[in-house]
Ligand binder design. Sequence first.
Ligand code: K7E
Ligand code: CUA
Length: 663
Amino acid sequence: MKKIKSQLLYAALIGILIGAYSCKPKNAGSAVTSDAAGKVYVAPGKYDEFYNFVSGGFSGQMSTYGLPSGRLLRVIPVFSVDPEKGYGYSEETKPMLNTSHGFVPWDDLHHPELSQTNGEVDGRWIFGNANNTPRVARIDLSTFRTAEIIELPNSAGNHSSPFITENTEYVVAGTRFSVPPDNVNGDVPINSYRKNFKGYLSFISVGKEGQMDIAFQIQCPGVNFDLSHAGKGKSHGWFFFSCYNTEQANTLLEVNASQKDKDFILAVNWKKAEEYLKAGKGKKVTVKYAHNVYNEKTHTATSEIRNEVTVLDSKELADMCYFIPCPKSPHGCDVDPTGEYIVGSGKLAALIPVFSFDKLQKAIANKEFDGSFDGIPVVKYQSALYGEVQKPGLGPLHTEFDGKGNAITSFFVSSELVRWNIKDLKVMDRVPTYYSVGHLCIPGGDSRKPFGKYVIAYNKITKDRYLPTGPELAQSAQLYDISGDKMQLLLDFPTIGEPHYAQALPADLIKNKSVKFYNIDENTNAFASKGEATVKVIREGNKVQVYMTCIRSHFTPDNIEGIRVGDEVYFHITNLEQDWDIPHGFAIKGAANGELLIMPGETQTLKWIPEKPGISPFYCTDFCSALHQEMQGYVRVSPTGTNAPLLFSTGKNMPVTEGANKE
Ligand code: K7E
Ligand code: CUA
């Protein structure tokens, strides 16, 4: 009876959560202060103060905005093919999207995370997670291109990822879905969840040049891991993960995973894990995962399948993992700049619990436990609790920090941002969002040194904020000034895909190290032509290798004959320009993939299989000079089985050869 009653209660609560509140808050006007325009105005030709990297959600990409203007600067292709840039279409970039399941052209990117040194954002790289086919990507912030992608075995729904330790020692990824480990027979009944499903946390080491490697995984009980953050300062060496579905339900989670009054935050002592690893306590396990690296000299990605990972068992190895009870289906798990306070945001909780790292350490030392969960000690709630923020709002999701002793939390259900003081836990200020806010971002807001000038809210449901665009409306970011006593809305700007987390940093950390072009002398692509004198067209059976160059405003060669229907033609095109912002594009009629967009000094390859005889024109797709429209050429395709000789030229006519249609 009690159970039924509580189920009804939760059903009602969920009804409230998804229905009544999820639209407009009161006074949903424009609510902008009169000086807002001046505060976001960046005059033409002037630079923004911050870069803002925004996850693209189900677009699989990451976009870059300038702040405070909200101007979109660039969409960086990460996990999804991008015809605009040829990413995933050129032969050189295809291996970036290789996985143990083969080529995967799409994913769902939720969380960007900047690299850090001494707990401060350093502008070297930004990492992103693939939620669906679990992977972590590293983007190089001197090129704004994806440099590396590593797949995660034993995982599914890589959501609590990719959060980093304060010297970027590790990028850490927790699995959302627990699943049977990869090395056992996973053909088990779904309702054997409790017995057969496990949760894995991956610790990916990051080398000096950024190289990622799975250092170890920790096998944990089967629950859902949602979000995470590293300890910092005094709590450096620890990692915190929010968990839900500690009910271990496998169906109708909206009810069945909302039964318990408290779920958990998992505290992991990763320094201890390192000791166990050194002591040989890890088990080598056979798995299969891809590791893909883009080489800036060959301009080519390579993909390697790896077959082993080292696993530490949280059940067997003591003093490594502890659960802290956290009310109710926690989502965000955020650590303040001092490293002392750990904030859990229970989606269904009416308060925000703030845990103390010092109290946690004492509780562990004194064994103040409430039993254990699947072999992991559960610390008493009160023993780890610093205090609770009372009546903060409805549906807390995520918290960032302003560096002045305050936290700002997003509330999905009551559509607002709430600022509260970390010491006295008193609410100071609240401001509406339009509308249901997910993540929020303060530049450097999860680091030891936030730049607390702005907060940006990333909103899910924007009904009536923009011109209608059919059944789906643009999702939205909103910029607020947080420098004064009251948070002030300054600006709305639409986003690409669905924004989840975002990070921002001062533009000065990046802008002066931007790569302007690739040195052609360092181009070691096997198919590069370093000058027009070295171009050639070679037949190898039914493969044709076209070594081509481009420079304003022509291709060399631009006339090619002797191609046959069914040939595999590879256009290897080297951009000879040595000047900033002069890419050339390449597209050929009927190509079944996309275009190339070739950066200065770079070589990229498009594969083309002509399927009928005739003339196929090709052209440059990027307006590169006054004579861009003249930057074009022709390929003559003859029928299969003909003996037309391979000929190529630029600027002069080739000998006339006979085809099906004589001239
Ligand atoms: Cu809150 Cu996927 Cu980080 Cu979206 S998640 S909001
Ligand atoms: Cu090259 Cu347009």
